[in-house]
Design a protein around this ligand. Structure first.
Ligand code: SAH
Length: 232
């Protein structure tokens, strides 16, 4: 069973975009996952195909209409569709590797991309949308955020990454940032590769990597769960 993504957007041309290339693109071609980009405007009912309107209560910008979005969602995700319904939103829960893993293990996702000031609150409540943020900054639309989320999910699908082990050692997988990497040449601008890495002693190498990962995480991301507070 492959991972099925349905993306609701005013810019279906943005998909698959970067996900049509490299590992994700190959996996899309071979059917490891599927992607359907649905034009929200097709569900507008007036002759101008209006999808937004002025915010109730006044203020700048426009808001995406609940009625039009509900029709688009019901088309993409009829009752009984087991896939989670996500709304890309800076107000959402920040996306984590743990959430990405759960999504990748599931049947797919229905992803709504906001534009303008966002979407009518009633739509979020009535259609049970899970708001997902990709970070504390504002994009002009949800499309790049959806591409980011799908990239993170697709690389975890079975068979997409050549070397599965490399996924397990990655940053965040064990609550730590990853250790530094080195490759040839042996010496670069006067700097040699750390000696332990060319020692051939696998136990020493594993210990060194673990210590480096902990040091880096302590310096940069003491909030990550792999870091225990230092004993007093
Ligand atoms: N007025 C809103 C921002 C709207 S930005 C606010 O202040 O919260 C327009 C759209 O871009 C949003 O509806 C959302 O779909 C998308 N977007 C912007 N920043 C995002 C982020 N950090 N993560 C996920 N989606 C984001």
């Amino acid at each position: 069973m492959s991972f099925a993504a349905s993306v609701l957007t005013l810019y279906p041309e943005m998909f698959p975009g970067a996900l049509g290339l490299s590992l994700a693109g190959r996996a899309l071609e071979t059917g490891t996952w599927s992607l359907e980009a649905i034009q929200i405007r097709d569900f507008a009912s007036d002759k101008h195909r209006t999808v937004d309107d002025k915010p109730a209560g006044g203020g700048a910008g426009m808001v995406m209409r609940a009625d039009v979005l509900a029709k688009a969602i019901d088309h993409a995700s009829p009752p009984g569709d087991p896939r989670p319904r996500l709304l890309m939103s800076p107000r959402g829960k920040p996306l984590t590797q743990a959430r990405v893993r759960v999504l990748a293990a599931g049947p797919g996702a229905v992803i709504l991309c906001g534009r303008f000031e966002g979407v009518d609150q009633r739509l979020i409540e009535v259609r049970g949308l899970e708001e997902v943020s990709i970070g504390d900054f504002i994009l002009s639309g949800g499309e790049p955020a959806a591409l980011v989320l799908l990239d993170a999910v697709v690389r975890l699908l079975p068979g997409v990454m050549g070397n599965a082990v490399s996924g397990e050692e990655e940053s965040f997988e064990n609550g730590l940032l990853e250790h530094p990497h080195y490759t040839r040449p042996q010496e670069f601008e006067g700097r040699p590769i750390p000696e332990v890495l060319i020692s051939g002693n696998h136990k020493k190498i594993a210990e060194w990597r673990r210590a480096e990962a902990e040091k880096l995480t302590r310096e940069r991301r003491p909030d990550l769960p792999g870091i225990q507070p230092l004993a007093k």
